[in-house]
Design a protein around this ligand. Structure first.
Ligand code: PAF
Length: 280
């Protein structure tokens, strides 16, 4: 596996691959890899001739009071895991090369970014869409892989690739969970052992929603109320508990088909998100 820092170098490496007709699979990440990322890399390995993983903690998707500085980083470990999972290239550009002083172009995906995390993290999806578009232009993959845990992100990126005719297939892979159900996330490393125990309630609340819906409960507001009751004793703050249409991400009142049940809560100083897709 080759570690590449320069944009020019990764471009020329991948031009050579593409000229030989090799399919390129791409897994964009912010590093501090966990089993969720590794499942994406392994899938990319199965499906493609060449696998590129990017490791870039993207400053433009963090708000001024968010954890850009503290975001966990461990490049050596990431390199080892990328190699073991079958990556051919680990692309790790510098912030300066991605956003030089004169940088002025941003991508805003409208509508889909209004609800859920978009409501609580202004500028977040603008930063995500911009960096992913840049990475797509650099790597020019055939397929890119994202995790269902960041459901809104995947939907926003799919919309962007279609709207901008990027010709890249976006594949969304299932959320990988710890044994007790907590969704894997690089931010889980922030949790103290007490917070880690409390965090499992997020998945339990999602399961409660699934059970209620299976028992013919169609009233989204009532289900959200029950979920909030369960989360309130463990969460420091609840950003949202929402039941939305999985395509438009608009709130649903009466559940009649498939819905995305999504949660963002703070456990101590750590903001965690999770979701499930379920149907009536
Ligand atoms: O999901 C992430 O890790 C990031 O938001 C992404 C897609 C790599 C963009 O920085």
């Amino acid at each position: 596996m080759k570690i590449v820092r320069s944009i020019r170098e990764i471009k020329s490496e991948l031009i050579r691959c593409r000229n030989k007709g090799r399919a390129v699979g791409f897994v964009p990440t912010m590093g501090y890899l966990h089993e969720g990322h590794l499942s994406l890399i392994r899938k990319a390995r199965q499906d493609n001739d060449v696998v590129v993983v990017s490791i870039f903690v993207n400053p433009t998707q963090f708000g001024p009071d968010e954890d850009y500085g503290e975001y966990p980083r461990d490049l050596r470990r990431d390199a080892r895991l990328c190699k073991k999972s079958g990556a051919d290239y680990m692309f790790h550009p510098t912030v300066k090369s991605m956003y030089p002083k004169e940088y002025s172009t941003f991508i805003s995906v409208e509508g889909l970014t209004k609800n859920l995390c978009g409501k609580f993290r202004p500028g977040y999806f603008r930063g995500v869409a911009t960096v992913v578009a840049k990475l797509f232009n650099i790597v020019k993959p055939d397929v890119a892989y994202f995790g269902q845990k960041d459901a809104q992100q995947s939907i926003v990126i799919k919309r962007m690739t279609e709207d901008l005719d990027m010709g890249i297939r976006v594949e969304v892979m299932p959320t990988v969970r710890e044994k007790d159900g907590l969704a894997m996330s690089s931010r889980n490393s922030y949790l103290s052992s007490d917070e880690r125990k409390r965090a499992v309630t997020i998945y339990r609340a999602l399961q409660l929603a699934r059970d209620l819906i299976k028992l013919d409960d169609k009233d989204a507001r009532g289900i959200i109320r029950e979920m909030r009751k369960m989360l309130a004793p463990v969460a420091t703050k609840i950003d949202y508990v929402s039941i939305v249409d999985p395509h438009t991400l608009k709130d649903v009142k009466t559940i009649t088909g498939e819905v995305l049940v999504a949660v963002a809560v703070w456990i101590g100083a750590t903001r965690l998100i999770d979701n499930i897709l379920t149907r009536y």
